[in-house]
Write a protein that binds this ligand. Structure first.
Ligand SMILES: [Zn+2]
Length: 484
């Protein structure tokens, strides 16, 4: 981000209650609203990375622990080097759209693919460096897909009228809790009335130049407060008023009937029946790690607080059809255990051609065999995109690999710190750290269904006690059963 020398600025006009030092409304242009909407499309791992970098001390629920576990677990416990990379810098299917934003807070170099040195024999490539080729070699040589091809495959054609996400080119008004609508005098008056400000003489006005730093603070405040505009532009701090959200979160049921089940050993403290940690196999850890690739929009798919308001506005104003608001992940995030609301995108079909210009890399990729009449059709060879999570020899097997090495056991704490359980001493160390007597503990086998898995993902964002928030009823029921 620092490498972007010219940091684009947006002009915001704020209507302020000067007595209470509170923002009533902001007026902004389409480009700014596009940036706000892009927040929703960011993978959770990206949000953690951006906010931790922006404000060193912040953590986002349990997501920060989950994210940092990816680095701490160590590359040896991942199937391939690429697994770590794809979690630390997760990609999104909307990433290509974000390139067109006036300010892209997460610029990713998305045009590169990687190949091994015997590419002309193997004909496979990977989206991530550090993948293992079918021939067993490391894939670390760059091969490029033209931006034209990327845009075409992302369906992202600019029509001159619409923005990246927003329809039309009008100005917009944004309430302090992130309801965005097309600006009109009528609406402004209506909103002011609703907010209890019929006396316009009390209103102050401010014009601001907003750049990257303020945008990152807005992102942070959107997650942690109910008044992000006020917090960002007037109070310059971010109090955490998430308690009401937590209560609501816990009362929400998830009505899904799927085959999803995962068994875990829960280590429970008898005195209060709290889960201290769980012991699990690779499936649960793979499942947790996919949370980092899931966009904010889906993690918080409840119409709650600012994120809920922004989601609703996004649906109303979006150029994209949002009626089927589904979470789509790139194909390489496919894992054994997946929430039924997540759709995995099909891998695109690529062809390779040899570059005639000796100053260019030896090969390039294209998606469109027709367009490449240019490059002489007879030279086009289909290329298979591999699953970067699989080792070379496993590529041919149908099904999808996981991130961490098969056969590994892990401990996962209540706040989602993941540690490979290499020996008995891992548990002993953990118990010492938690200052727990062995006779105050019991082990319960719990079975997670999709409803609990879904609330685990939400709880990870909103609490620092994800396991207990999501699984408490699994433990409590068991306790009652034993007593009767
Ligand atoms: Zn190869």
């Amino acid at each position: 981000m620092a490498e972007v020398s010219e940091d684009p600025k947006f002009t915001l006009r704020l209507l302020i209650d000067e007595e209470k030092n509170k923002v009533f409304l902001a007026e902004a242009d389409r480009d700014f609203v596009d940036v706000l909407f892009s927040f929703l499309t960011l993978p959770m791992g990206t949000i953690v990375r951006l906010i931790e970098k922006h404000r060193k001390s912040e953590s986002i629920g349990c997501f920060s622990n989950l994210y940092n576990s990816v680095a701490d677990v160590g590359v040896d416990n991942f199937e391939t080097e690429a697994c770590q990379e794809m979690l630390l810098n997760p990609r999104s299917v909307k990433g290509i759209h974000c390139k067109r934003l006036k300010l892209n807070i997460n610029p990713v170099d998305d045009l590169n693919y990687f190949k091994c040195s015997s590419f002309s024999d193997c004909n496979v490539c990977s989206k991530f460096s550090g993948s293992e080729c079918v021939c067993g070699e490391l894939m670390d040589q760059k091969i490029e897909l033209s931006e034209e091809d990327q845009l075409a495959s992302g369906g992202s054609i600019r029509n001159g009228v619409d923005g990246v996400f927003v329809k039309g080119r009008s100005s917009f008004i944004i309430t302090d809790d992130f309801l965005v609508s097309v600006g009109s005098t009528g609406l402004v008056l209506k909103t002011l009335n609703r907010l209890g400000c019929s006396d316009v003489s009390k209103l102050g006005e401010q014009f601001l130049d907003v750049g990257l730093q303020e945008i990152l603070t807005l992102l942070e405040n959107m997650i942690f407060s109910n008044t992000p505009l006020t917090n960002t532009f007037l109070k310059k701090q971010s109090p955490r008023d998430v308690n009401d959200i937590q209560k609501l979160l816990m009362s929400l049921g998830v009505k899904v009937k799927t085959e999803f089940t995962l068994e875990l050993d829960a280590i429970v403290r008898k005195q209060d029946m709290k889960i201290l940690y769980v012991e699990c196999g690779e499936d649960f850890v793979d499942f947790l790690f996919t949370f980092l690739a899931v966009p904010l929009e889906f993690v918080c798919d409840i119409n709650l607080g600012c994120i809920g308001n922004l989601r609703r506005s996004f649906k109303d104003l979006s150029v994209v059809d949002h009626t089927a608001s589904k979470c789509v992940l790139p194909y390489y995030y496919k894992c054994q255990k997946q929430l039924s609301g997540i759709t995995i995108e099909e891998p695109p079909e690529y062809y390779r051609y040899r570059n005639s210009n000796p100053r260019q890399p030896d090969y390039s990729l294209t998606t469109d065999p027709d367009r490449t009449l240019l490059y002489r059709k007879d030279r086009l060879v289909p290329v298979t995109l591999i699953d970067p999570k699989c080792r070379g020899k496993d590529q041919s097997e149908n099904g999808s690999g996981g991130f961490v090495k098969r056969g590994t056991r892990f401990t996962v704490t209540d706040d989602l710190i993941i540690t490979p359980r290499n020996s008995l001493s891992t548990s002993i160390c953990l118990l010492k750290k938690l200052q727990i007597q062995a006779d105050d503990l019991e082990v319960q086998v719990i079975s997670i269904r999709e409803a609990e898995a879904m609330s685990l993902m939400r709880a990870s964002l909103l609490t620092s006690s994800a396991l207990n928030s999501a699984f408490w009823n699994l433990i409590a029921k068991k306790k009652i059963k034993e007593e009767t």
